[in-house]
Design a protein around this ligand. Structure first.
Ligand code: ADP
Ligand code: MG
Length: 748
């Protein structure tokens, strides 16, 4: 029996999925695999686990597992369900890459999809689970796709050993035929249950399509009452910029009383309607300015690029600082909150709390708010129609961030965030003609990113012929071949014998078994290149340094971004000062002599060392241009990798030393060899004077994979030195092809 509070009871009854509880539970009782489709906000994530719990699915040793493609969702949904059920976090828990609160008592466990994939490696039958729910399957994240493929085999195996496992796939859209009409995946088509919002009043009654050039500010002036507003923008920088401007335009004073404000808003709007509104700043969404920055999103975890920090592509929100048009207007108090996945969790949580009395909640978000999170009380949605995404070249792996139009499915998801409890509106800042040109659905992630990490995980599960795996949508053949090639080069797969004809050799290359080294690598929760570095670092007491470098390289955005567009001149000056200071500190972190040759990697090592030495405080991070959240992640990852290394190689006796000394010169030299072993195919040679036929090759580097010149970014400590040979972590294309995470290597 679950003891829910009256308020929770009441809120639950409004959810459409409650009406389907019986249908859903019958389907689950009678079928091993069930698909549930229901619009975002219908109650899938919060309610289905509760249905199962109440139906006794956790009573006889076995737990309910729910996977989410995003960390944000895993954490916040476990908290919400615990609260609804009046149970402790010891019972309704979560596990994400870095942390979790799972206990022996846990009965409902939310986790990222990558976490469950790792568990399959340890226990292929997933014996501790009674039910596995794959949530947000419509997002088609790479790990979600693979989990569905694996579970399609695990479910029948569990049947055989008489420990049946239930699989529930949940999707916010009806596009599930990749799962249901795919006999290689499920030989028996699973039943699909649809949940829909029935009462007419709760459906957004219309979507207003504004021609481009419509304005967020203008729209906000017209919105009545105190209902919440959700604005979708492309990235973190755009979110911050709009938040600052909205706070300035609609300041919120703590002493406003609710009734007064409502009345004032009403009066104000009446007058406003007659007054000029056209002079407000224009948002020209077709006019993007491109600012070169080399930072981006390290997407090496199971998470998707739901938002990308930084401002490499910047949404132009109008005439900059048109102070005149944006006169502070205290009669329309807005409670403006940003929301994106790199935001600190306690700040993210703010959007779920009611805004202060007398204010309107206005959440400015990236597409993290599209399906993963439901913000209560949203009546209006403003959708810019675009998303910032990372694109990879299939063969070279070079990536770039681009702003593109969203799919029709995404646009509808965004519109659907409006008015679940009362009629709502969605304002689209693009025309219906543009909408009709959108793709129907976004492509599954597995079809447009490198897959070496995935292939290594699959090989570790002894899936040799990856090509025969029941993928919901298979990755492109080039990507598979490139992944196998890289894994062979890293020594993670056994090389095929060099006999037979070329064709046979090539076929053999695509079905190599894993090597003992590969098995060790697969136990580390990082991409294969970094796993190789860890596997090699036993000598010369280098492990603590390698662990730290790998952690720093795989956590997103260690350093604050000071290249973002500023709102005022004053702010521009401030950012400039901060940036200059950071560059200075980085020089110190980069050390001297042999240490210096480690380049950007030594800077990362120095930054982590200095930060931990100072106790990793928000103050230290703030003063030294480090992102506090990133530094905490590095700390957690160091702990996790240290544990992984200790269990992979006995008797290392490793621990995380907060007062780690800088490496010796000999160690630094050895570290460079280790880095080279992982990034060997990422070697670049400086172009020689005699090769300088074209101006575009000035200060450029040549790589094996690319015909075009690549460059060291001005923010790198090696920018001025231009060593002859370097290895890089990755190449990101902005205005040029820039190498990130560069260190110098000696020629052979
Ligand atoms: P779905 O998974 O179908 O998108 P959810 O189960 O996530 O739906 O959400 C159902 C309802 O629960 C939402 O409409 C929202 O109002 C409420 N809800 C979810 N999370 C929270 C939260 N953290 N705080 C308050 N309400 C929440
Ligand atoms: Mg959900």
């Amino acid at each position: 029996p679950v003891d829910r509070s009256p308020e929770i009871q009441e809120a639950r009854l409004k959810l459409p999925i409650l009406a389907e509880e019986q249908v859903i539970m019958e389907a689950i009782n009678e079928n091993p695999i069930v698909v549930i489709c229901g619009e975002t906000g219908s109650g899938k994530t919060t309610q289905v686990p509760q249905f199962l719990y109440e139906a006794g699915y956790t009573s006889s040793n076995g737990i309910i597992g729910i996977t989410e493609p995003r960390r944000v969702a895993a954490v916040s949904m476990s908290q919400r369900v615990a609260k609804e059920m009046n149970l402790s976090h010891r019972v309704v828990s979560y596990q994400i890459r870095y942390e979790g609160n799972v206990t022996d008592e846990t009965q409902i466990k939310f986790m990222t999809d990558g976490v469950l994939l790792k568990e399959i490696q340890k226990d292929f039958l997933l014996s501790k689970y009674k039910v596995v729910i794959i949530d947000e399957a419509h997002e088609r994240s790479m790990y979600t796709d693979i989990l569905i493929g694996l579970l399609s085999r695990i479910v029948p195996l569990r049947e055989k050993v008489r420990m049946p496992l239930k699989l529930i796939v949940m999707s916010a859209t009806l596009r599930v035929e990749d799962f249901t009409e795919n006999n290689r995946l499920f030989s028996v088509t699973p039943p699909v249950i649809q949940v829909s919002f029935l009462s007419l009043g709760s459906v957004p009654d219309d979507t207003l399509i504004c021609p481009f050039g419509a304005e967020i500010f203008q729209i906000l002036f017209f919105l009545w009452g105190l209902s919440g507003i959700l604005v979708f923008l492309t990235g973190q920088a755009e979110v911050h910029s709009l938040c600052r401007r909205l706070r300035k335009a609609f300041p919120f004073q703590k002493n406003n009383s609710a009734e007064e404000s409502v009345e004032e808003i009403r009066k104000f709007k009446k007058s406003r309607k007659r007054k000029k509104t056209t002079a407000l700043p224009q948002i020209d969404l077709d006019n993007y300015s491109v600012v070169p920055v080399d930072e981006g999103d390290e997407d090496r975890d199971a998470e998707t690029d739901d938002d990308i920090a930084g401002s490499d592509v910047d949404l132009d929100l109008g005439d900059g600082d048109s102070e005149e048009d944006e006169k502070p207007d205290s009669s329309l108090p807005l409670y403006v909150l940003p929301l994106y996945s790199l935001l600190a969790p306690e700040k993210q949580a703010k959007v779920f709390r009611p805004p202060p009395p007398g204010t309107r909640l206005c959440v400015v978000a990236t597409n993290v708010a599209e399906t993963s999170l439901t913000i209560p009380g949203i009546k209006y949605v403003v959708d810019c129609g675009k998303v910032k995404k990372r694109f990879y070249d299939k063969i070279t792996g070079v990536s770039s961030f681009r702003v593109t139009w969203i799919s029709q499915a995404s646009a509808n998801q965004r519109a659907g965030r409006a008015g679940r409890t009362e009629p709502g509106h969605c304002y689209r800042l693009y025309s219906s003609a543009v909408f009709m040109d959108f793709e129907k659905f976004s492509a599954p992630e597995i079809t447009n990113r490198p897959v070496e990490d995935l292939i290594l995980q699959m090989k570790a599960l002894n899936i040799e012929k990856v090509i025969n795996f029941p993928f919901p949508t298979p990755p492109p053949a080039e990507a598979l071949a490139a992944a196998e090639e890289l894994l062979i080069a890293l020594g993670a797969l056994k090389e095929p014998p060099l006999t037979g004809r070329l064709k046979e050799q090539q076929a053999a290359k695509l079905s190599c078994p894993i090597s003992p080294l590969g098995r060790v690598m697969a136990t580390f929760p990082v991409a294969p290149r970094y796993a190789k570095m860890l596997a090699l670092s036993k000598q010369h007491d280098c492990l603590p340094y390698t662990i730290t470098i790998v952690s720093a390289m795989t956590v997103r955005e260690l350093f604050e971004e000071f290249d973002r567009p500023a709102v005022s001149e004053e702010e521009t000056a401030k950012l400039k000062g901060k940036k200059a200071r950071l560059l200075q500190i980085q020089k110190i972190w980069a050390g001297q002599g042999a240490l210096q040759k480690l380049g950007d990697l030594m800077v990362m090592l120095g930054a982590v060392g200095a930060c931990e030495y100072a106790g990793c405080t928000p103050k230290f991070c703030e003063e030294n241009g480090l992102r506090y959240k990133a530094m905490l992640e590095v700390r957690r990852l160091r702990g996790q990798l240290t544990t992984a290394v200790n269990s992979a190689c006995a008797d290392t006796g490793l621990y995380v030393d907060p007062k780690m000394k800088p490496p010796t010169e000999a160690q630094a030299t050895y570290l460079r060899q280790i880095v080279l072993a992982g990034l060997g195919d990422h070697l670049a040679r400086r172009v020689q004077a005699e090769e300088l036929l074209d101006e575009k090759w000035k200060n450029a580097y040549k790589t094996a994979l690319l015909d075009d010149p690549v460059f060291i970014h001005p923010s790198s400590v090696l920018f001025k030195q231009l060593p002859e040979f370097v290895v890089y972590q990755e190449i990101v294309e902005t205005t040029k092809l820039y190498m990130r995470g560069v260190s110098a290597v000696e020629p052979e």
